[in-house]
Design a protein around this ligand. Structure first.
Ligand code: NAD
Length: 260
């Protein structure tokens, strides 16, 4: 069987970053890093005001068209409509970062059906919707880069703060990305995962306390808590033209916690 070859990596190109609304979050740092590297960025989040403001700011700072869409990634129709807007407003859709996610600190024996569904519907089903909408466009253009933001919790079975529902949903993303790598490779699309360890954001409802930091640091050979820039640097690389031979892999951005 002959497979179609990948098209050229476009000079004018767009990446979608989901979950870029939170002020100190990973998604915002990824969006900023990509914009600084010449991407037009489309940012999706339930916080419409935040992503509209972010898109306007990135557009002003970097001089490329950007777009903010207020939507819930669980809403399949809203996701497909937003991706259509991206196609109409911005340069060729080439990158997707599935970053939107919710955590769940509930111990397994106490997890309710509602709690399980809340987490899986955002982290897994939402990621499915955005990925399928974007991948259809990328497949048409025969070039693309997809990155899922998983978590150390998927690999270690929680242990930081995410418990069963979170770990299960984030582990599902690893298998999902590998399947995408296999199925979409012939379309010139790569698919990879990034598994961050403890990153100092507000995902657990505020800044990490000094006590919490001290506990986390015991497991970290690098000797500091991760930053959003640590994650953004790796994601930006995986979206670059230079990363075109990497697919189906997971990058652990965790300060060495696996070897501690
Ligand atoms: N912070 C960490 O230590 C850490 C570690 C490993 C993985 N992660 C993952 O990184 C990603 C970003 O985390 P963060 O720490 O920046 O969290 P955050 O809470 O600061 O940001 C998450 C963003 O996702 C958005 N979001 C949530 N549900 C959504 C939905 N249904 N539709 C659209 N947007 C939605 C939120 O509004 C928020 O802006 C998450 O997937 C998280 O699981 C974080």
């Amino acid at each position: 069987m002959t497979t179609p070859s990948a098209a050229q990596f476009p000079g004018d190109r767009t990446a979608i970053v989901t979950g870029a609304g939170s002020a100190r979050g990973i998604g915002r740092a990824i969006a900023g890093s990509l914009a600084a590297q010449g991407w037009s960025v489309a940012v999706f989040d339930v916080d419409r005001a935040a992503v509209e403001e972010l898109a306007a700011g990135l557009e002003q700072e970097h001089g490329r068209p950007c777009y903010g869409a207020g939507l819930d990634i669980r809403d399949r129709d809203a996701v497909f409509a937003a991706v259509e807007q991206v196609e109409q407003r911005l340069p060729q859709l080439t990158g997707l970062v599935n970053n939107a996610g919710v955590s769940s600190p509930v111990p397994f024996l106490e997890v309710t059906d509602d709690e399980w569904r809340r987490v899986v519907e955002v982290n897994l089903h939402g990621t499915f919707h955005v990925t399928q909408a974007a991948a259809k466009v990328m497949a048409r253009h025969r070039v693309g880069r997809i990155v899922h933001i998983s978590s150390t919790s998927a690999e270690r079975g929680g242990g930081v703060y995410g418990r069963a529902a979170y770990s299960a949903s984030k582990a599902a993303l690893l298998g999902f990305a590998r399947t995408l790598a296999r199925e979409l490779g012939p379309f010139g699309i790569t698919a990879n995962s990034v598994a961050p360890g403890s990153i100092d954001t507000d995902i657990m409802g505020g800044r990490l306390s000094e006590e919490r930091k001290a506990v986390l640091l015991r497991d970290l050979p690098i000797g500091r808590i991760g930053t959003v820039q640590d994650v953004a640097a790796v994601v930006s690389f995986l979206l670059s033209e230079a990363a075109g031979y990497l697919t189906g892999v997971t990058y652990d951005v965790n300060g060495g916690s696996h070897i501690a």
